[in-house]
Design a protein around this ligand. Structure first.
Ligand SMILES: [Zn+2]
Length: 257
């Protein structure tokens, strides 16, 4: 039995996944349940593989309305309904994202899905350090970061271990991420490559980890399509003194110092 609390990386690729890397998303596991961050690919089978049933998923936090982050929400809802989920599912995100998701679901006429479990949308205001949710394991907050569409990064404070996890989501290097990940035990930062309007390189991720005084850096959302990621850790180490690793699909990271 793996340690709790922990985060399991369900996908690590940037926008184009391959056979070994799904788009970036992850699940937080604690004694009190499972919270998924973003939802892409084939979410039910990936959750099942890491021991989470669709009946047990408590909440879904969506960082922004891009297909590589939210594209599989309709499938998650549909398959959870088909296998008989009854519990409500809480979905958290910015209004920009949740409104579009509701529009998308209305194209599927989900109001006609008979016996469909309740979905509760929690629209988060677009400001820094927004409280998202709290349970026995985690206190989770979010802050807007800087991407092509309104996007949030996520800060997870583990109540039982005092471990702090920061997750940048998709963003250029920005002070909001530095504050979000302030003195985090682990910052998971995207490393798509330098795109001045939307993304960060591995060395920029390192610089953000350094500025935030994070203890450790995990690189995620990196190119895998006809690309190699071998050089990324060294690149991040050029700007960050602490330990750096590459997030891989199904990697389990204990949230304990
Ligand atoms: Zn993305």
């Amino acid at each position: 039995m793996a340690e709790l609390p922990r985060v399991v990386i369900l996908g690590s690729a940037s926008v184009v996944p391959d056979e070994d890397h799904e788009n970036s998303h992850m699940v937080l596991l604690g004694e009190s349940g499972a919270i998924m961050i973003d939802c892409t690919g084939r979410p039910l089978s990936r959750l099942k593989k890491v021991g989470v049933s669709a009946h047990d998923l408590d909440a879904l936090i969506l960082t922004h309305f891009h297909p590589d982050h939210v594209g599989a929400v309709p499938n998650l809802l549909l398959s959870a309904w088909i296998i008989g989920r009854k519990r409500p599912l809480h979905i958290y995100g910015l209004h920009h994202c949740l409104q579009r998701l509701e529009d998308l679901m209305s194209f599927y006429h989900w109001e006609n899905w008979s016996g469909f479990f309740p979905v509760v949308f929690h629209h988060l205001p677009q400001r820094e350090s927004i409280p998202v949710l709290e349970n026995a394991d985690f206190t989770i907050s979010a802050s807007p970061v800087r991407h092509y569409v309104p996007t949030i990064g996520v800060r997870v404070e583990c109540r039982t271990t005092n471990f702090v996890l920061g997750y940048s989501s998709d963003t250029i290097p920005c002070p909001e991420t530095v504050r979000l990940a302030h003195r985090a035990d682990l910052l998971i930062h995207e490393a798509t490559g330098n795109e001045p309007l939307g993304h960060s390189s591995a060395s920029q991720a390192g610089a953000i980890a350094c500025e935030a005084e994070a203890r450790r850096l995990g690189l995620i959302h990196y190119p895998v399509w006809e690309a190699t990621a071998d050089h990324l850790v060294a690149e991040a180490q050029s700007t960050f003194d602490g330990p750096v690793f590459l997030c891989e699909d199904y990697m389990e990271i204990p949230l304990r110092a």
